[in-house]
Ligand binder design. Structure first.
Ligand code: MN
Length: 242
């Protein structure tokens, strides 16, 4: 089994090292990851300048850094390393729950794999759990999730979020709730006004969703698809046309 590892926090993030270590129990592992942080870049790709791929020492497996986005890393990695079976992205330092999926570079890497016909999964955890050097509460659950994802039937695209101290796993759906979209004005050191963008959901999470599971201390696994078509609305409009 060939496992390509990437992330959006950059190749020097502690999360990618932990994921590569866990994945190496399941097959041959290689890292292709952004050279700098690319969080919230979503599914951006680089097409107006060339990309470089540089061998990067100091990681537990063969690793390459790319001066591009997470989706670039997957596209390039799967081109340079043939017959990749699965792409794992993470472990992101911070959750990618509910609406965050629209902005997530971590998930975009897994989506890019799916676009290429390769199984993809994104893994995210609270930043403090990933930073913790002993990584102890999460490690057995990361192992369990990887085993689950790599056993038939293998879900083609999965978004995984860990609570800080998991007790069990749960298959969930995406929580889609409105943001309050707050913006916080502040001043830079030269007195110029600038803004911070906030993304806090308005409503409490609904049972059955990823947000709800993580709040209950469960690892949330959400199977995803790339077709955004609203089939109910489509059928309604097609009928109205007649
Ligand atoms: Mn990130």
């Amino acid at each position: 089994m060939r496992i390509l590892i990437t992330n959006d926090d950059g190749i020097y993030s502690p999360g990618i090292k932990q994921l590569a270590q866990a994945a190496s129990h399941f097959g041959e592992v290689r890292i292709y990851a952004p050279d700098v942080e690319q969080s919230s870049m979503g599914h951006a790709i680089t097409h107006s300048r060339p990309l470089s791929v540089r061998r990067t020492p100091g990681l537990p497996v063969e690793a390459y850094r790319v001066n591009g986005t997470p989706a670039d890393c997957v596209a390039l990695g799967c081109h340079l390393w043939s017959d990749v079976d699965v792409v794992l992205s993470g472990i992101n330092m911070g959750h990618n729950l509910g609406n965050s999926m629209w902005h997530s570079g971590t998930l975009a890497a897994a989506k890019q794999a799916h676009l290429l016909g390769i199984q993809g999964a994104a893994l995210s955890a609270p930043a403090s759990s990933v930073e913790d050097s002993n990584f102890s509460p999460l490690a057995p659950f990361v192992e369990q999730v990887l085993r689950l994802l790599m056993t038939e039937p293998r879900p083609p695209l999965t978004n995984v979020n860990f609570p800080s101290e998991p007790t069990d796993l749960r298959w969930t759906r995406q929580s889609v709730r409105h943001y309050n979209g707050y913006i916080v004005p502040a001043k830079d050191p030269f007195g110029r006004e600038h803004f911070w963008f906030g993304v806090t959901p308005l409503d409490p999470p609904e049972p059955g969703t990823d947000r709800h599971a993580v709040e209950e201390g469960l690892v949330a696994l959400t199977p995803l698809r790339l077709d955004l078509t609203d089939h109910e609305e489509l059928n309604k409009m097609l009928l109205a046309e007649v």
